[in-house]
Write a protein that binds this ligand. Structure first.
Ligand code: G4P
Length: 534
């Protein structure tokens, strides 16, 4: 496949924007997702994406537990056309605890929209997710949401972003009127007018946008217009103007104001995703260099999910296409094993709706059904070999021993635990002291344990008991470190465990204990793992 035109890998990649919305729960991610899709007309009425109570339509919630809690644990992928581009919006789980999954989704996007609640500013989950974006070099567009409700001052919110993230905020839209009294928005690229919105109750349809010129805005909005104009002058004098290189390089973030629920400012955000967000670029390979977009097909499995649809017991591997053209039915190679993998059952997954996918291009996400052989982090390729760097495993902070409730079901127990380990639902650690029948489950957030317990009982008919362990951190070590730990009496033997990749980990109740060990054995290798919480 060569060339840049339509239907070629490079030509189609240039038309794609693959992104995720990151936010603290309740900031309005589901609402914004719906508003974006509505503007792009992927759905006809807001409320069709997440199927929240009373809303109809495609639901990305798939487990009973999720429904009971009203949270979204899984990720769906929404694809829509807008202004001649193809937008892939990857949904990230909504719950603060379920963060590891979110990190993996971020490995599959080229840009993130950071959604901030105008009344709350930067929140815990926003910080963590932003750290991952910075770590991965993902450019961030900021959307300050809920401006229709009382909240903080615009300049103060910008200060907070700059101070806490060291990211230069460069407003692209600016509100006329304080939070809770939104009169309209100024597109700073056309500062001689204001955009006014006619509200649509419940955001059920697109808001109607009216352009009001400066003279009329000054007459009709008086002090609010004057203040906005003054603030804009201040910002311009301060050099807070969008700079594409700064944005792509992670030094600045274009900022948009609005309100997702009444659909205010959403079009401008959508335009920014098309105009500012980067198109898929050649992806870095594990051995150095990059896989050219026009090279034969390659893709990265960033998520594996079993039993998404209770009607069919199946397992879907979500694959982001990184180069070439994916055609359903093609046989590709799984880089890790060198074995062929048939792609007969390739779907696009929109909430719970699936449809067959025939071709996909760089930036697109394909759901491979019944992909039992695939693991998170796998590379699939056609033609010349490719292997992308493994996805990071984060430092667990919660530990619990899992045991089968019914000892007679230990086979099902092992099968279930192995499967959940492979899916990356939790990390499974084994200690010599306890053996395989009592593995230690390790999680970034404790909700991962609930998911394991639920799925072990429901899918594997092997209900488990969980005994929480008093450890809070893990450090990587090796056989020497392990021996010293055993002898040190500072840690009990049971705190020495092995991960599936054979990495030996030492568990400690706190950093103080880890530090005492390091002082006692200064030559012993004890490496911190990649922190999910910084
Ligand atoms: P999440 O996915 O980030 O968790 O947030 P979600 O979209 O569910 O929004 C959280 C709450 O904030 C919802 O209200 C939603 O209607 C509200 N919201 C989102 N965007 C805006 C906005 O721009 N303006 C205002 N005023 N509210 C907004 P809820 O009552 O908790 O839920 P629901 O019953 O309305 O779904």
């Amino acid at each position: 496949m060569s060339g840049q035109g339509p239907g070629t890998a490079a030509g189609e990649a240039a038309r794609r924007r693959t992104f995720a919305v990151i936010s603290h729960p309740d900031a309005g991610k589901s609402t914004l997702t719906e508003a974006l899709a509505l503007h792009a007309r992927a759905i006809t009425e807001a409320g069709a994406v997440h199927g929240k109570a009373g809303r109809r339509g495609v639901s990305s919630d798939w487990m009973e537990m999720e429904r009971a809690r009203g949270i979204s644990v899984t990720s769906a992928v929404l694809q829509f056309d807008y202004r001649g581009r193809v937008l892939n919006l990857l949904d990230t789980p909504g719950h603060a605890d379920f963060s590891e999954d979110t990190y993996r989704v971020l490995a599959a996007v080229d840009c993130a929209v950071m959604l901030i609640d105008a009344a709350k500013g930067l929140e815990e989950q926003t910080r963590k997710l932003f750290d991952v974006c910075r770590h991965r070099g993902i450019p961030v567009i900021t959307f300050i949401n809920k401006w229709d409700r009382p909240g903080r001052e615009a300049l103060e919110l910008l200060d907070e972003i700059e101070r806490e993230f060291g990211l230069r905020p460069t407003p692209v839209t600016w509100p006329v009127g304080i939070a809770g009294y939104l009169r309209g928005l100024v597109d700073v690229r056309e500062p001689d007018a204001m955009l006014r919105y006619a509200r649509t109750p419940g955001g059920a349809q697109q808001a109607v946008e009216e352009r009001v010129d400066a003279e009329r805005a000054a007459f009709e909005e008086g002090a609010d217009w004057a203040q906005a104009a003054e603030e804009l002058e201040l910002l311009a004098a301060d050099g807070a103007v969008h700079d594409q290189d700064g944005f792509l390089g992670g030094a600045s973030t274009p900022v948009f104001f609005g309100a997702a629920l009444p659909n205010i400012g959403v079009r401008l955000l959508l335009d920014a995703i098309v105009d500012l967000a980067p198109a898929p670029a050649p992806r870095e390979l594990a051995g150095g260099g990059r896989r050219p977009l026009e090279e034969e097909f390659s893709g990265l499995v960033f998520k594996v999910q079993a039993n998404m649809d209770p009607a069919h017991r199946d397992r879907i591997a979500f694959l982001r296409v990184c180069s070439g053209v994916f055609r359903r039915g093609m046989t590709v190679t799984r880089a890790a094993s060198g074995r062929p993998f048939a792609t007969k059952y390739a779907h696009s997954v929109f909430g719970q709706d699936r449809s067959m996918v025939d071709t996909a291009y760089p930036g697109d996400v394909v759901g491979l059904v019944n992909a039992t052989a695939l693991r998170v982090g796998d590379t699939l390729h056609a033609g010349p070999p490719a292997a992308f760097p493994p996805l990071p495993t984060f430092a667990p902070e919660h530990f619990a021993i899992a045991r089968p409730k019914d000892i007679g079901r230990s086979k099902q127990f092992r099968r279930g635990i192995d499967q959940l380990d492979e899916e990356g639902v939790v990390q499974v650690l084994v200690s010599d002291a306890r053996g395989e029948q009592a593995p230690v489950l390790a999680a970034v957030g404790p909700m991962q344990f609930d998911v394991v317990a639920h799925r072990m009982a429901g899918e594997f008919a092997a209900p488990i008991t969980l005994e929480t362990l008093p450890y809070r951190l893990a450090r990587a070590t090796d056989a020497t470190g392990g021996e010293q730990l055993n002898r040190s009496r500072l840690v009990r033997g049971e705190a020495l465990v092995r991960r599936r990749d054979k990495q030996v980990l030492a568990l400690f109740p706190d950093t103080w204990q880890a530090a005492s060990f390091e002082r006692a054995f200064p030559d012993s290798p004890l490496e911190p793992l990649l922190a999910a919480h910084q």
